[in-house]
Design a protein around this ligand. Structure first.
Ligand code: SF4
Length: 603
């Protein structure tokens, strides 16, 4: 057993390892994936279908926004009380006959699983689809130890037989069409003949027959968990095919790997998430198979139950107030299905178990932004905000992306501080430990001490520093703008500048430098500022709210106008919530729009 850092400030954090990055960073990977027309067509079709279904079932619920608020509030509570809830969960699992293990990182979790499987004297296990086991690279680790883990979820089975990688959280084989699946089954699935057709029912039946043998013959199963209830020690798995139910009930030994953030405080909290999750993920009103178990029960289900509580960088995420809400994710994949970047680049481009918008904020935080393979992920977004609008637990993904971009810039450009150095050193140490545990040779890497040296500023750092010095002072900016007429005279005959040399050449690869305008904004404001201010005063006078007696009040100042409108917004929110809670006496439809009209969290 090892200790788990629970995000306490000032404690050195342990970053995650395992399948959280690939050597090829996102920009390069995305470029090659864009060439794959078949993959893009499959993903475009599938995401369009799922998001249409989601929109329909979400629109049916008049209290959808309240459910989102409730989900977000419960997840915030979990983050704030995590140490206490974990101990409560451990006590309740243990009291019901289960065994709790704590794993700081992927290597520790894999080591615990291997020991448990070996203790049973078997070399095969069956698996329920689980992001946590993918994250720690469990299948690969077990294979290296001579143990085969059979995937039982249909899509995961397709990916496993194809020796491929999942590309979507919910639909791992979203990049394969049925012709490709038929070919994979014919070639790799024992018992599936060459006469297999590409009919979905035929393919499903072939997988069913193959898996049925595995369910009946295998005595150890491994699962993840969607939720763990601290109050009772109950684990929950939601799935659509019934394979999970088989894995969780038939084998003699069950091992569950669960990220520490998956806890819920109370059993009653499940009510919120069993409504949010199926509507957001598969676009269904209710999940087809929801399995729950608490410890072990004599003559019913597994005789032995182990749960591994996995940190693998989560404490580090929890320690960042601006990024920690990424841990609220319930892996519904709604953000993937609306993301224009994901739709074109596909899941493999992200290089991590977690693709799409959630991957772009979670993976770099789990590994530390200083892990160079993941530091391009926060830029894999147009910041359009659709991911936030659909997220059932209201994770503000765009704001976290901006926060991580800021961290990346600070880490890269000659401003390395102690925190960034510690991050990088921890990443290197985690990789070395992982390589050692798996028996792979340890790559010669930067020595952590070298990393801590202050970097010599690059040309870009110096250029940015100079730009910052000029732009942070009105006087200096005014002086610099005096050179505009010279630039205008030089560039006007050419219609702008299409090429710049050297380091600044990157700018003109994507855009031209336009001819400077005849006057700067500063000059324009000096001449016209008084008129503009008068217009603002006049407009505020026309639009500000009337007094209680209906008479228009005095023309407010700009600040007073903003305050007044903010107060009105809060009042509208309160009315909205009251209306949502009250039964409609007329029996009329009181459906709310899907997106909160103010886009704000209620007070
Ligand atoms: S971030 Fe939100 S929308 Fe995306 S997978 Fe997680 S819960 Fe779903």
């Amino acid at each position: 057993m090892s200790s788990v850092n629970l995000g306490m400030p000032g404690t050195r954090v342990a970053y995650g390892s395992g399948n959280l990055y690939e050597e090829t960073p996102f920009p390069e990977h995305a470029r090659s994936e864009l060439e794959n027309k078949q993959m893009r067509a499959n993903i475009g079709h599938a995401t369009h279908t799922i998001r249409t279904k989601r929109g329909r079932v979400v629109g049916e619920l008049p209290d959808w926004q309240d459910l989102r608020d409730a989900g977000s509030a419960i997840k915030k509570e979990v983050g704030a009380r995590l140490p206490e809830l974990l101990e409560q969960f451990e006590a309740n699992v243990t009291a019901r006959g289960g065994v709790v293990h704590w794993a700081r990182d992927a290597a520790e979790a894999n080591g615990i699983i291997t020991d448990l499987v070996r203790a049973k004297g078997v070399d095969e296990v069956i698996k329920v689809k689980s992001m946590a086991t993918q994250e720690i690279g469990m299948n690969e680790h077990l294979e290296a130890q001579g143990i085969t883990a059979h995937e039982t979820d249909l899509a995961e089975l397709i990916v496993q037989l194809a020796e491929d990688k999942p590309s979507h959280i919910l639909v791992p084989a979203i990049h394969k069409n049925r012709d490709e699946i038929r070919e994979i089954f014919s070639r790799r699935m024992p018992g599936a003949g060459a006469e297999l057709t590409n009919e979905p029912a035929v393919l499903a039946e072939a997988a069913r027959s193959y898996l049925r043998e595995k369910f009946l013959d295998t005595t150890v199963a491994i699962s993840g968990a969607n939720f763990g209830i601290a109050e009772t020690g109950t684990l929950t798995v939601v799935e659509s095919e019934g394979n999970g139910r088989m894995c969780l009930t038939l084998p003699k030994t069950l091992i569950t790997v669960m990220g520490i953030e998956k806890l819920l405080p109370r059993f009653a909290d499940l009510e919120v998430f069993t409504q949010l999750l199926p509507r957001s993920s598969t676009g269904e009103r209710m999940n087809p198979y929801t399995s729950m178990w608490t410890g072990v029960t004599e003559d019913d289900g597994p005789e032995e139950f182990h749960v591994i509580l996995l940190d693998n960088g989560r404490s580090a995420v929890l320690g960042d107030p601006d990024g920690r809400s990424a841990l609220h994710c319930i892996r519904c994949s709604a953000c993937l299905n609306v993301c224009p970047v994901y739709e074109h680049a596909g899941g493999h481009a992200y290089g991590s178990t977690y693709p799409g918008p959630i991957g772009a904020i979670l993976s770099p935080q789990l590994t530390g932004v200083a892990a160079e393979q993941n530091n391009s992920l926060p830029y894999a977004s147009s910041l359009c905000g659709r991911c936030y609008e659909v997220c059932p637990v209201k994770i503000d993904i765009p704001s976290i992306l901006v926060h991580l971009r800021d961290e990346d810039i600070r880490t890269k450009h000659g401003q390395r501080d102690d925190q960034a150095s510690a991050q990088r050193a921890t990443v290197l140490e985690a990789r070395a430990a992982e390589a050692e545990a798996s028996g792979a040779p340890v790559e010669p890497a930067e020595h952590p001490a070298d990393f801590k040296k202050k970097r010599v500023p690059s040309e870009m750092d110096l250029l940015m520093k100079a730009a910052g010095t000029v732009m942070s002072s009105g006087t200096r900016m005014g002086l610099a703008e005096r050179a505009l007429p010279v630039g205008r005279g030089a560039l006007k005959p050419f219609g702008g500048l299409k090429w710049l040399p050297g380091m600044v050449g990157g700018w003109t690869q994507e855009r031209d430098i336009p001819v400077p305008p005849s006057q700067s904004f500063r000059n324009w404001w000096q001449k016209n500022g008084a008129n503009a201010e008068q217009r603002v005063e006049r407009d505020l006078g026309q639009t500000h709210l009337p007094q209680a007696d209906g008479a228009p009040g005095p023309t407010p100042s700009l600040a007073a106008g903003i305050e007044e409108h903010a107060a009105w917004g809060a009042e509208a929110q309160a009315v909205y919530h009251l209306r949502a809670q009250r039964p409609d006496p007329e029996g009329q439809d009181t459906k709310s729009s899907e997106v909160n009209s103010t886009g704000e969290e209620p007070a």
